[in-house]
Design a protein around this ligand. Sequence first.
Ligand SMILES: C[S@@+](CC[C@H](N)C(=O)[O-])C[C@H]1O[C@@H](n2cnc3c(N)ncnc32)[C@H](O)[C@@H]1O
Length: 271
Amino acid sequence: MKKYNKSPLPFQGQKRNYLKIFNRELQKLCGDGTGWTIVDVFGGSGLLSHNAKYTCPNARVIYNDFDNYTERLSKIETAEQVRRDLLTFVNGYSKYEQLTDETREQIINYLHGKEIDYLTMYNYILYSGNFASSLEDIKKSTKFYNRISKISLSCDGYLEGVETVHKCFTELMKDEFNGNVLYLLDPPYINTNQGYHRDKNNYFGLLSQLTLFELMKPPFFYFTSNKSEVMDFVDHENKYSHLFNNCETFTTKNTVSGRSAYFDILITKTI
Ligand SMILES: C[S@@+](CC[C@H](N)C(=O)[O-])C[C@H]1O[C@@H](n2cnc3c(N)ncnc32)[C@H](O)[C@@H]1O
């Protein structure tokens, strides 16, 4: 089985920097996975599900694809063709070089009317920190850069052996599973704009956060960061202290666009 250390198509919030610790702690708890169901409740790109299946091949792994990321994966060959076509426009440019207005126009003309995975595409021509989900968004950027990857896109075997569901966490966490169950909990951080991935009705805010606390039970691996206030619930006595008693925490430093730094935190509760 091929091992992926990042998601096949870009996904904001994927836990690629966490995989070493995650796989190690997972192996410690579940061994080869026999008798375990691992539920990736906030599945995002499926990177944790993929790694869980790789590390614990005998486990039943459930990937909750709330964002319909699998639909993007099903069109990865089209995205790959677009990547290759874009490379032809930047022939002669060095990596990260700003493109001329003429090349920018050519690229916009090329994109026009095509089915494009903009969440992949914008990374190729906009500077990091920018975001685009449509041609209109792309056009708002007056400066394009050559950031096109030379590595081809592929997702062969990525979700092999993994079961995919599409549910709100409130529904999934009420489902019953046989044997030992480990919950992977990587919700949007409530004070970042990640919660705005979807429409207002699906916004993951304070109410969702507290609902999750009400529904969650050990064992679980909970991902958060020092930008969220979840650690306050771990460090101070409160209504949810029972959830976090005897947990372990693992912290890694992240740097965003070479500017600000924040810490990703994994809280494991295994007993
Ligand atoms: C931090 S991301 C998870 C990233 C994932 N662990 C990865 O490595 O790619 C949080 C995910 O929770 C999803 N989400 C938001 N509201 C949700 C809900 N009500 N139920 C389930 N998932 C939800 C978001 O759309 C997003 O994909």
